[in-house]
Design a protein around this ligand. Structure first.
Ligand code: SF4
Length: 99
């Protein structure tokens, strides 16, 4: 007797990438480009210094918008002054608001 397998497909927990939001046009002068990348991608937790430096960056708004629109590409680290957990919370709220 042949066995059948049922596969349940769930919707993604996070929004899919949005290519309409362009990657920030970095010039090399941004704080994250002038500092050890490990500061923005720590192994554990987050680096409050990197978050603070993001808030002095002229690309903050563009960087944040891109990271929130492209969660698969910005899954780790600090982008636009937001930690991974902060981005996930915003994305969850956005998905709830859109439902
Ligand atoms: S806002 Fe974006 S581009 Fe600017 S320092 Fe932070 S991560 Fe880098």
């Amino acid at each position: 007797m042949a066995q059948t397998t049922t596969v349940t497909v769930r919707p993604p927990a996070i929004a899919l990438a949005d290519p309409s939001v362009p990657y920030p046009q970095m010039t090399g002068g941004e704080p994250c480009q002038q500092t050890d990348p490990e500061e923005w991608f720590p192994q554990h937790g987050h680096n409050p210094t990197a978050v603070r430096l993001c808030h002095s960056c002229p690309l903050l708004a563009d960087c944040r918008a891109w990271a929130l629109a492209n969660p698969q590409l910005a899954a780790e680290g600090i982008w636009g002054g937001l930690t991974r957990a902060q981005r996930a919370a915003i994305q969850r709220n956005n998905l709830r608001a859109a439902a």
